[in-house]
Structures are given as structure tokens and as C-alpha cells.
Design a protein around this ligand. Structure first.
Ligand SMILES: Cc1ncc(COP(=O)(O)O)c(C=O)c1O
Length: 362
């Protein structure tokens, strides 16, 4: 049986244009820092991608640097500050870093949202350069936070804002409309069809960012290390493809169909998370109360659906989800299942396979 890949929030398959580009094999291999013309050609290709990204996201006060993915981007930015405010539901690249930094943990409520006034009061009490990590789209639940809320927090407290934008491209309606008032945006290439271990961060030119990695002084000293010219090219190719084929109404219609079919399977055992909150286009996160996620994921796999839990650890086993705990589902913290889609998927076939799987589990 052909597997249907429904784990786009974990990572995405390569975009067709990226596959073609890699298959051709005539990409820039020379070191972009070299003085010879081949090196210069590689550097120019990177320059062109940067121009494309700046034009696409139109942030007049921002520059960007490339890195090995959102984990590195997040670490680079957040380590620059005297105090970090973060949510316990943030990605582990934030929560695990918090123990290294002077930090304050914040909590979301049952609907995946937070008390803005309480956070503003807390931030106001802390002195020095303070940063808030703001996850625009949550990787597990797909819950979307409003960038204008982050702007208000910044305006009223003077803190810096880092937007974790790893789960944004192709997954929310206005994913290229960044709020230029916010200081940092970090993206990860493998979440939207480009190569793994590449990413980029926009930073406000006036934010006096210091590097995480030292060495050859590449990227105006902000991130040493030989630049990954083919990986960076893949960002432009994949992003162009996402933008060209983006059909939010269609993704949402199909997702809503699957969600309705899923709910109809059992009102008692299946709980859709974040219902009633603002959610993104491609993610369904639900609890199956009767069984833990690893049992359900194996059953789905046997029935041809590759899904995720959203809280898998590095050994591919399902961890307790802190997000579920914070949303009031402590008893079911091992029960979260996440299905997440790309631009195109067969909603009828997915619904059929879900039906078959849960018929055997219920
Ligand atoms: C919200 C969020 N932030 C950061 C990351 C880390 O991204 P990367 O795999 O590029 O290091 C992820 C990956 O799942 C994510 O979903």
C-alpha cells in the first residue's frame, strides 16, 4: 500500500523544482568566499536568493542571515539577550535553551492563547535587553497567534520580539506579510519543500545582533562557516513553488472535510484540539483518549497514513506533550496525534484510511 504522507509539520518532501535542480547536478559547488570567478558565481547566486527573499517578505528595516535551520537561528537570536520570555509550549529549541539563559516561563490557556495583559506586566518588571519568543504558528496544534498582538506587547514594554516562523510558509493565508515592527523572524527551509539543514533569519538592522558561531567571518561576521549555496538556492525554488500553487481555500476545505469525518467516528474518544481558536490551514491535532499516540501512529502507518504526534523526541518515540498539559489535558499528554498536509492531498482517501484505522481501535 502506498503511504500517504501526513506529517508536513515534521518535515516536507522536496518541491519538484528542488528535485529537478538537484537531479541536474549543475549547481554552484565552489566556495562563495573564494576570489575566483566560480566562487564569485556561487556568492552571486546567494545574493540573488537574498534579494528574492527581501522582496518577497518586504521588510525595509531588516537584513537576513542563513544558518543550518530554525534551531540554530533561534539559538543565535535568543542568546543575545539579558532575559528571555518564552512559553512552555514553544519548540524545544526554545524551551531547552531557557535553562542556559536568565528566563521566565509563560503558559498558554486551554484554547492555546495567553493573557496578554499579564505578560505585559511581567515583562515590564524586568530590566535590560529583554526578548519574547513568539510562535506565530504552533507546530503541534496549528494554533495561530496574531502578529499585531506581538506588536502591542513590544510597543507597551519596549522588549524585542523573535517570531518563530518555522511553521508558517504555505500554512497560513498571509504568510509573506510580515510585520516590519517586529525584530526577528526565523524560517526553516525543510518545512516548505527546500533542503534540510538550511534556514534564514531576518533581523532588524538596529538590533546589534552578535553571532553564535565564530570562524571565517562569513555573512558580515554574523554566522561563520562556508555558505551552503545549493541549499540556499533550494529556498528560492521551493518558496516560489509554494507561492505559485498556494490555494488556501482548497487546503482548508479538504482539511475541514477530514476533520468532520474524524469527529464523526467517535464523539467520546476523539477530541480536536484548538477548535474555536484561530488555526492554520494544514494541521489537525487531536486526542484519541482510548490509546496512546504510539499505538495509534503504528495503526495509522499500517493503514497507509504517515502521521505524527507533534511531540516525538529524537529517538522517534512519543513524549509527553507539554502543550497538551498546558491546555488542560494532562491525563492525555501521551495521546496527541497530528496530521499535517502539503498543498495537495486526497482528502477522500485519507478519510477512508482514518475510518478503517479507528474502526479497529475503537
Ligand atoms: C515551531 C518550530 N520551531 C523550530 C523548529 C526547529 O526547526 P529545525 O528543524 O529547522 O531546526 C521547528 C521544527 O519542527 C518548529 O516546528
Amino acid at each position: 500500500m502506498n503511504q500517504i504522507y501526513c506529517d508536513y509539520n515534521a518535515t516536507s518532501p522536496l518541491a519538484d523544482s528542488v528535485k529537478e535542480y538537484l537531479a541536474k547536478g549543475d549547481f554552484f559547488f565552489a566556495n562563495p568566499s573564494s576570489v575566483h570567478s566560480m566562487g564569485k558565481a556561487a556568492a552571486f547566486s546567494i545574493f540573488q536568493v537574498s534579494e528574492y527573499l527581501k522582496k518577497t517578505f518586504s521588510l525595509p528595516e531588516h537584513e537576513l542571515f542563513y544558518h543550518s535551520g530554525a534551531t540554530e537561528g533561534v539559538n543565535t537570536v535568543l542568546r543575545n539577550f539579558d532575559h528571555l520570555f518564552y512559553f512552555s509550549s514553544d519548540h524545544p529549541c526554545v524551551t531547552e535553551l531557557s535553562s542556559e539563559l536568565d528566563s521566565t516561563e509563560l503558559k498558554i490557556g486551554a484554547n492555546g492563547f495567553f493573557d496578554k495583559e499579564e505578560i505585559i506586566e511581567k515583562i515590564k518588571k524586568v530590566e535590560g535587553r529583554v526578548i519574547l519568543n513568539f510562535t506565530w504558528v504552533h507546530n503541534e496544534t496549528g494554533i495561530v497567534w496574531d502578529l499585531s498582538t506581538a506588536q502591542e506587547i513590544k510597543e507597551r514594554t519596549g522588549c524585542f520580539i523573535h517570531v518563530d516562523a518555522a511553521q508558517v510558509i504555505g500554512k497560513v493565508r498571509n504568510f509573506t506579510k510580515l510585520n516590519s515592527f517586529l525584530d526577528f523572524y526565523t524560517f526553516s527551509a525543510h518545512k516548505f519543500g527546500a533542503m534540510k539543514a538550511v534556514g534564514f533569519t531576518f533581523y532588524n538592522k538596529h538590533s546589534s545582533l552578535r553571532p553564535l558561531l565564530f570562524g571565517g567571518g562569513q555573512q558580515k561576521n554574523l554566522r561563520s562557516g562556508t555558505l551552503n549555496a545549493p541549499g540556499i538556492k533550494s529556498i528560492e525554488l521551493a518558496l516560489t513553488e509554494v507561492i505559485e500553487h498556494f490555494n488556501p481555500e482548497e487546503i482548508e476545505r479538504k482539511k475541514n472535510f477530514i476533520e468532520r469525518e474524524l469527529k464523526a467516528l467517535s464523539k467520546e474518544e476523539i477530541v480536536i484540539l484548538g477548535e474555536g481558536s484561530s488555526r492554520n490551514l494544514n494541521t489537525i491535532n487531536f486526542l484519541f483518549k482510548k490509546e496512546k499516540a504510539d499505538i495509534v501512529l503504528s495503526a495509522l502507518d499500517m493503514n497507509g497514513i504517515a502521521a505524527g504526534s507533534g511531540s516525538a523526541c529524537s529517538s522517534a518515540s512519543v513524549k509527553k506533550s507539554q502543550t497538551l498539559i498546558d491546555m488542560g489535558y494532562e491525563k492525555f499528554a501521551h495521546h496527541g496525534i497530528r496530521i499535517s498536509f502539503g498543498a495537495n492531498f486526497d482528502e477522500i482517501l485519507i478519510a477512508e484510511r482514518l475510518k478503517k484505522t479507528f474502526a479497529s481501535l475503537l
